[in-house]
Ligand binder design. Structure first.
Ligand code: FA5
Ligand code: MG
Length: 384
């Protein structure tokens, strides 16, 4: 893969590669492949599907809330552990805090894993209605069987504060009032984007909201989760200058909505600079259906090794991604057994495929060779 630039700029803040990728620092787990995604800001390109979608959501809020929502779309994705987790009440022992799930720049700084990381500071700054759009980062596995899980995606956070005057005449308590307003607002948004669409609410859990819900839309014979939301925990409002108020919040996945709206079959296409992709979209045109250009065939390579206690699939995926970048489509466990000595063997099948061209045998063999070497040296496993 191409060497990453030395620095990028987000919202006027310069982020140097060497401040984010520190190979020899054990408190850092950010690879070059992730650094190269920072600063691309696809959601700020008006002719990119994610930019078109963001602008259409802005239109909905502008129209229905008379411009009350303040908009942020270039807040720096490097945030403190406090902002990302503590400020939104994520428990100290929650799995999402682990090095296996989150990219740490150092022990106190992460690449935000959700846009909720900005709730507290914006509240403290006095904002009562706001939208925050940005790239978020998670150490997921690679899986494209249905919806490809990816290590970066775009979220939009929405937040609205109510004061007692807003609900006092409604006959409801503040929480019920906010929950009803939240659902009405998001159902309206779904209709603004999709027209008629089948949707349903599912109860769920988030540390920062109660009650909490997910909205699912029916797409290609299946229910697809597009956002999480709920009534903000009182503690968050209290800590940030809004005692006696209530609020709702939501966080939606822009790619998931865009894939449905534009018929985009693979999440990796959003990062493509191929003209055959980018030229199909234009500013202000939501829902123009993407016409796939020829799909190149995948190539499969298997590798087997004895794992050790420290082995995790996320770490394996990171190593594979570090070598093959966006050419890797899937890493799948296809065999798993433990021998009499108690040693466990895993066999993984790696699918390589380019969105843009046909890969040569030589190129894939080289990739696989490098992947094997890197897996052995970085994960300390024994190849079979
Ligand atoms: C959150 O990130 C919460 N912060 C959302 C929230 C905000 C809840 C405010 C309550 C109040 P979750 O991890 O479910 O939740 O992600 C939110 C949305 O991002 C998902 O519904 C989905 O649409 C999208 N998303 C999550 N993971 C991925 C992924 N790997 N690829 C693409 N989209 C994703
Ligand atoms: Mg979820």
């Amino acid at each position: 893969t191409a060497a990453a630039a030395a620095a990028v700029e987000v919202g006027g803040v310069r982020i140097a590669r060497d401040d984010v990728v520190k190979e020899d620092d054990p408190t850092n787990n950010v690879p070059d492949t992730i650094f190269s995604k920072i600063g691309l800001q696809l959601h700020r390109r008006d002719s990119h599907p994610l930019g078109i979608l963001k602008n259409t959501i802005y239109d909905y809020f502008d129209k229905n809330f008379a411009g009350q929502f303040d908009k942020f779309d270039d807040l720096c994705p490097l945030v403190s552990v406090k902002q990302n987790f503590d400020d939104v009440l994520v428990p100290a022992d929650h799995v999402s805090r682990s090095y296996n799930d989150t990219y740490y720049v150092d022990s106190q700084t992460v690449l935000r894993c959700h846009t909720s990381a900005h709730q507290a500071e914006l509240l403290r700054d006095g904002h009562t209605h706001f939208l925050v759009t940005g790239d978020v980062y998670r150490r997921d596995s690679i899986d494209s069987t249905h919806y490809p899980v990816f290590h970066q995606h775009m979220q939009m956070e929405g937040f609205r504060v109510f004061s007692p005057d807003d609900w006092s005449d409604s006959g409801m308590d503040g929480t019920a009032y906010a929950a009803a307003d939240l659902k009405k607002t998001l159902e309206g948004l779904a209709r603004h984007l999709f027209g008629a669409v089948e949707m349903r609410w599912v109860d769920t859990y988030f540390p920062f909201t109660n009650p909490s819900f997910e909205l699912e839309i029916y797409f290609q014979d299946d229910w697809l989760e597009v956002l999480g939301c709920g009534v903000t925990e009182q503690e968050i409002l209290k800590r940030n200058g809004r005692t006696d108020h209530v609020a709702w919040a939501f966080g939606l996945g822009l790619e998931r909505l865009a894939m449905v709206l534009f018929d985009i079959p693979d999440i990796r296409l959003f990062w493509s600079s191929d003209k055959r992709f980018t030229s199909q979209f234009s500013e202000g045109k939501l829902g123009v259906k993407f016409k796939p250009f020829s799909k190149f065939p995948p190539c499969y390579k298997d590798m087997s090794f004895w794992i050790n206690d420290a082995f995790t699939e996320n770490n394996l995926c990171e190593v594979v991604r570090g070598i093959a970048g966006d050419l890797v489509e899937e890493v799948k466990l296809i065999d798993n057994f433990t021998n009499k000595k108690g040693m466990t063997s895993h066999c993984y099948r790696i699918a390589y495929r380019s969105m843009e061209r046909s890969l040569t045998d030589e190129e894939i063999n080289n990739l696989q060779l490098n992947v094997r070497e890197s897996v052995q040296s970085k994960l300390n496993v024994e190849l079979r």
